[in-house]
Design a protein around this ligand. Structure first.
Ligand SMILES: CC(C)(COP(=O)(O)OP(=O)(O)OC[C@H]1O[C@@H](n2cnc3c(N)ncnc32)[C@H](O)[C@@H]1OP(=O)(O)O)[C@@H](O)C(=O)NCCC(=O)NCCS
Length: 184
């Protein structure tokens, strides 16, 4: 495993050069979306507030972004989360344990911000990956959000929760969660 330096980077502290390097990384690990990640565009939907980045000799090779967000509960009330997205590892480094390390660093970063839970929506194919980092599926949960075309969307795919400072038993299960914004 290469000697990776992990940093929690806040959006206002990143330079255009950082964003350009991140966009190039995302185009590599999301090849189907490479057209989105051109120039210094280093976000897909919601722009992250903070990012956990693994650098190898100054080059970003692993990344995850999050925003601190109140999700709205169908039953009333709100739930604070670290809403996570843009997760990936440079293809040259995949399968070496870097993704697992990224999830551990992210859990520490969310904890450092006092966030009770991490939250993300993902494709069914990667639920197993997130499970290795302690993320658990909120079964029977539907997520309403805004899609990348800026239209309301009802997502019935996996919604995963990471217990950070709160236990999974405290998660508001079995109801529609409303993310009044774009996925990170
Ligand atoms: C998914 C991804 C981040 C995993 O990173 P990685 O560095 O290859 O993962 P690791 O080598 O640390 O593997 C960690 C564990 O997850 C498992 N795993 C990795 N990819 C997996 C997948 N797609 N589905 C299920 N399990 C997976 C590994 O087997 C390993 O488990 P083990 O330790 O019990 O053997 C990486 O493959 C990637 O960037 N893919 C493209 C982008 C993507 O799909 N991002 C996530 C969804 S947005």
């Amino acid at each position: 495993m290469p000697d990776i330096e992990w940093t929690l980077c806040w959006e206002a502290d990143l330079s255009a050069e950082h964003h350009t390097a991140l966009a190039a990384l995302f185009a590599r690990y999301y090849p189907n979306d490479h057209a989105t990640f051109t120039g210094a565009r280093s976000w897909m939907g919601a722009r992250p507030e903070a990012r956990v980045i693994g650098f190898d000799d100054g080059r970003p090779v692993a990344h995850l972004g999050f925003v601190r967000r109140m999700l709205r509960l169908e039953s009333g009330g709100s739930q604070l989360v670290g809403d996570v997205g843009l997760v990936g590892v440079d293809p040259d480094y995949q399968g070496t344990g870097l993704g697992r390390r990224l999830l551990a660093e992210a859990a520490a970063a969310l904890g450092s911000q006092g966030l009770p839970f991490g939250f993300l929506t993902c494709a069914p194919a990667v639920v197993g990956f997130y499970a290795t980092g302690g993320w658990q599926q909120a079964l029977g949960q539907v997520t309403r959000m805004i899609d990348t075309e800026l239209r309301p969307e009802t997502y019935t795919g996996p919604a995963l929760v990471l217990p950070v400072t709160a236990p999974f038993s405290a998660w508001p299960t079995g109801q529609t969660i409303i993310r009044d914004g774009l996925e990170v």
